[in-house]
Design a protein around this ligand. Structure first.
Ligand code: ADP
Ligand code: MG
Length: 238
């Protein structure tokens, strides 16, 4: 069974259609990358899975539940944003603990989960620091820590590396993949960067203008692009 099933999902803002009946199945533990040029509808689709945008038509299921009408907090997902969205007046530790406290998790459980995330992400030296006292890569790790402590069924990433310099981007790419290999959490990862898509994905969904052009493993897309757009985008000769 698909962990996330997006079935004929469409989105219009007013009269402007930005997604046209998009369907994607994501298996348990899979790392799926949505890739495509700026404006093609990647963030909108991810935000609908997160519950941050309403669905105009179609259904989104997570596990065995249709979630179209569930608020974000009830979807068992955790999202990592491009701008990190950390709380500036909370320490690293408090940033990670906050979502759990809101859910009235017991203090001992909060402490244990924060410790585990800090261990996984090498954040122990920085727990008492504030976001402004961290580098870009460290902030990104805190944003990931905040997602990990919630132990969600699904991680959603929206261009998490685009504010980092090229060297750090490569390093964080590896870290996110290692994190996935370790936790095996089902992941939907949005990027406009084909190299990120090719190196990180189990399965790539190539989008253009609110439609899916092709879905496949990185090598499948590279070897057998469905059309010139995919060929050009993925960078294979054709
Ligand atoms: P991507 O993430 O692929 O760059 P988006 O999902 O952000 O693309 O946007 C897809 C299209 O929807 C764009 O044309 C964008 O301008 C439009 N759009 C996104 N959010 C809104 C909104 N809240 N209101 C109106 N149009 C929007
Ligand atoms: Mg976007």
């Amino acid at each position: 069974m698909a962990q996330v099933a997006i079935s004929k999902v469409a989105k219009a803002f007013g009269t402007v259609k930005v997604l046209h009946e998009v369907s994607v199945d994501i298996a348990d533990g899979q790392f799926v990358v949505l890739v495509g040029p700026s404006g093609c509808g990647k963030s909108t689709l991810l935000r609908m899975v997160a519950g941050l945008e309403t669905v105009s038509a179609g259904t989104i299921a997570i596990g065995d539940r249709v979630v179209n009408h569930l608020p974000p907090a009830k979807r068992d997902i955790a999202m990592v944003f491009q701008n990190y969205a950390l709380y500036p007046h909370k320490t690293v530790e408090q940033n990670m603990a906050f979502a759990l406290k809101l859910r009235k998790t017991e203090a001992a459980e909060v402490a244990q989960r924060v410790k585990r995330a800090a261990d996984i992400l090498d954040l122990n030296p920085y727990l008492k620091r504030y976001p402004r006292q961290l580098s870009g890569g460290q902030r990104q790790r805190v944003a990931m820590g905040r997602a990990i402590v919630r132990n969600p069924q699904v991680f959603l990433f929206d261009e998490p590396l685009s504010n980092l310099d090229a060297k750090l981007r490569v390093q964080m790419r590896t870290e996110i993949k290692e994190l996935h290999q370790r936790l095996k959490t089902t992941t939907i990862y949005v990027t406009h960067d084909q190299i990120e898509a090719m190196t990180m994905a189990d399965k790539i969904v190539v989008m253009r203008d609110g439609r899916i052009e092709q879905v496949g493993a990185p090598l499948e897309l590279f070897d057998r692009p469905a059309n010139l757009f995919v060929a050009g985008f993925i960078g294979s000769p054709s």
